[in-house]
Design a protein around this ligand. Structure first.
Ligand code: NAI
Length: 320
């Protein structure tokens, strides 16, 4: 049998760990030797109210199984305080799971300023503030693991979730940049788009599905991504029901819609439209450098008037 993945000596902060997915992560880390900060504001699913009981219960559960845990009841909007709890209780911070979340679903036309702002404050700004508070500690110790929690609603769009989708896809961008900046410090950042039965999904899922899509089918991915053996960073995964899939960008070969010394026109774009949108031999760009180098190649192709329509970096990129 392979060696079990342990987290002894590691300190994990799980936000929104009083219920649902976060609770499952906290219990799983606790069982495998990590010291856990169980953060939860204890409000309702729309972000109203607060209570210490949700976090306290999970701390008790972890301790009852012989684990180490401490509660924190601050909102993720006070990121410093969450990380300070980890430092005060356990002296370090190694892993941050940005999981806390609320919903304020409305059709786009009815979305109020508050519906927009509150969702962004909790999901996007909250994840930023908590992670920034932990960042320098991770840098100094040359180890850090960060998880951002996105959503299929962010990746694909979903009726009534404009505020939530925008914040959730924002987290992918945040994680991608943290992966770039963190690489040389052994700080890895990855994003998950989970699906599980919880109080957030109970209004949109039928009861039997709610019951079958267990949070315990999501936690193992989170633990693996946070282990020091795992080298994955800057990636996005959909996860649920025991299935895990990785997503990446795909870019068509594209087409150059202008000629040297001529004005570029919308008619030329119309003419090239099928080629622009044709995913035959699509490439899978994985870094911003590929984007820039394509444009530099296009400039030289137009200049030399070769009239080439293919994306010049395609052969290289599609080899991966
Ligand atoms: P949940 O409602 O069971 O858990 C979220 C927890 O976050 C709650 O315990 C809540 O009290 C806490 N929380 C809310 N605002 C907070 C704040 N400002 N500070 C600290 N804690 C706060 O929901 P669930 O389903 O476990 O969601 C966890 C994460 O997964 C969320 O980010 C959610 O958007 C995301 N997600 C869940 C999906 C699912 O199928 N359950 C689908 C896609 C994304």
């Amino acid at each position: 049998m392979s060696t079990p993945l342990r987290f002894d000596g590691k300190v994990v902060l799980v936000t929104g760990a009083g219920g649902g997915l976060g609770r499952e992560y906290a219990l799983a880390f606790g069982e495998r030797g990590a010291a856990v900060v169980v953060n939860d504001l204890g409000g309702d699913m729309k972000g109203d109210g607060k209570s210490s009981s949700a976090a306290d219960k999970v701390v008790e559960e972890i301790k009852a199984k012989g684990g180490k845990a401490v509660a924190n009841y601050d909102s993720v909007e006070n990121g410093d305080k969450l990380v300070q709890t980890a430092l005060d209780a356990f002296g370090r911070i190694d892993i941050v799971i940005n999981n806390a979340g609320i919903l304020r679903d409305r059709s786009f036309a009815r979305t109020s300023d508050l519906d927009w702002d509150l969702i962004h404050r909790v999901h996007l700004r909250g994840s930023f503030l908590v992670t920034r508070a932990a960042w320098n500690h991770m840098r100094n110790q040359k180890f850090g693991r960060i998880i951002m929690t996105s959503s299929a609603a962010g990746i694909y769009g979903n009726f009534g979730q404009a505020n939530y989708s925008a914040a959730k896809l924002g987290l992918v961008g945040l994680s991608n940049t943290l992966a770039v900046e963190g690489r040389k410090y052994n700080i890895h950042s990855n994003t998950i788009a989970p699906t599980a039965g919880s109080r957030l999904t109970q209004t949109v899922m039928p009861p039997d599905l709610l019951e079958s899509l267990k949070a315990e089918y999501v936690a193992p991915l989170v633990l693996w991504l946070c282990h020091d053996q795992c080298q994955e960073t800057g990636s996005l995964f959909e996860v649920g029901a025991g299935w895990i899939g990785k997503l990446r960008w795909e870019r068509s070969q594209g087409s150059i819609a202008r000629q040297k010394n001529k004005a570029m026109t919308p008619e030329a774009v119309r003419e090239k439209w099928d080629q622009i949108c044709d995913f035959t031999n699509a490439t899978k760009p994985a870094a911003i450098g590929e984007s820039i180098s394509t444009l530099v190649d296009v400039l030289s192709q137009v200049e030399t008037n070769e009239g080439v329509t293919a994306n010049p970096t395609s052969a290289m990129a599609s080899a991966t």
